[in-house]
Design a protein around this ligand. Sequence first.
Ligand code: FES
Length: 229
Amino acid sequence: MSTRNLAKDQPDSFAFTDEHKARIKKIIAKYPEGYQASAVIPLLDLAQRQEGWVTKPAIDVIAELLDMPVIRVLEVATFYTMFNLHPVGECHVQVCTSLSCWLRGSNDVVKAFNDKLGIKFGETTADGTVTLSEVECAGACVNAPVVAVGDEYYEDLTYETMSKLIDDIKAGNTLAPGSAVGRQGAEPEGNRTSLTTDPTQTTPIQDLAVAKQKFEEAQEAARKAKENP
Ligand code: FES
């Protein structure tokens, strides 16, 4: 993962839209008095949804809104890879290359982008549509390798399925997120090996009196066996 610095070219100013200002009031109200700084992540996210990336003027505005030193907002913005510190294309693709995804073939996923779009990490296609970013664990390791396109996750990818996904992105198709091999949630591939019973059915209640009697009988048998080996 490369160092995360703010973009060199920054806009002169930033202001939240009226709609976002109303949302900000509600977000801040969720936190107890004196803990408004906890709203820093949702506010950075809102700024990014408005502009497509997190600008230095936006960081200044958020610091003022939350009564925080600018450096503390900056620390959060530069720490989390979900915040774009540079402008990104209309379609922002984030590829996880952490351990589980790497073991399950994230290098092949990255190669699909290199081959089909000619872009590497940190680059945007010449037409400005697709930006490719490398991210740390996306929190969906069970379905590795994982790619986020905007807010949606695409999982269990291979070179071939990623290539097909890229074709769909280029064609502007609406894509169904989730597992490329049809897994539901994080179930294992193939048949389930656990949790195979119907969870809506109650488990039979154990008869404790019978269990106690069996235990005592076993104790007695063991005692006799010890006395008469
Ligand atoms: S390692 Fe990729 S989602 Fe966790």
